[in-house]
Write a protein that binds this ligand. Sequence first.
Ligand code: ZN
Ligand code: ZN
Length: 249
Amino acid sequence: MAKRPLREYKADMHIHSCLSPCGDWDMSPRRIIQKSLEVGLDLIAICDHNTAENAAAAMREGRKKGIHVLPGMEVCSREEVHILALFGELSQALEMQSYVYANLPGENKPKVFGCQVVANENDEVLGENPRLLIGATRLGLHDIVVKTHLLGGLSFCCHVDRPAYGIINQLGFIPADLDLDGVEVSSHVNLAQAQATVSGIEKFACITNSDAHFIEDIGKVWTVFRMAAPTIEEIRKSILNQDGRRILV
Ligand SMILES: [Zn+2]
Ligand SMILES: [Zn+2]
């Protein structure tokens, strides 16, 4: 069988939807896909706080409109560190969600934290999530990374250059036995700059994402992957610089 040629994929793999209490009402699955296409992204991931309930709608809309959507979530550990968990299959993300929900105490107060809207790809509201999605789970960092890997996903420490919920600020270092696939730097610094200045991330693959909570922030920054297909396996190979796959900085 002929090898698939390598090409560049412009990816923003940390986008919140209206299901995150801090995500704008306009961040419906349909609008996210529309904006992602407008700004020329090839690959996105929907990563709400501690939930993946809007991922399916975005994946369906993405398939219809021709953009690749990975299901994921931004899990808050008990150390108050944000970890991005990315999956290839919806079923894997939903299994992660069950694990997270079983370890997520509290109820949302919409007037304090914001609404948590579950929507379909036609902009119809299906309901509100009652959980305290913005809260910290009872899961330790290692639990989250191990479970993500067991399910076949990839895990990245989020916005490592930032004080709020970034691992370096929270712990002072990245534990040597934390089996991360890489780290994410925020839109506040460029990737090359961060690699040179944020101490402790030197040995990790670095990606950058918008962490968009508002439509206009989608694709504000992105990571370019040189790979054969927009899949978790190909992203993994890019991280490991295998078979010509790589992250372009
Ligand atoms: Zn975060
Ligand atoms: Zn986020």
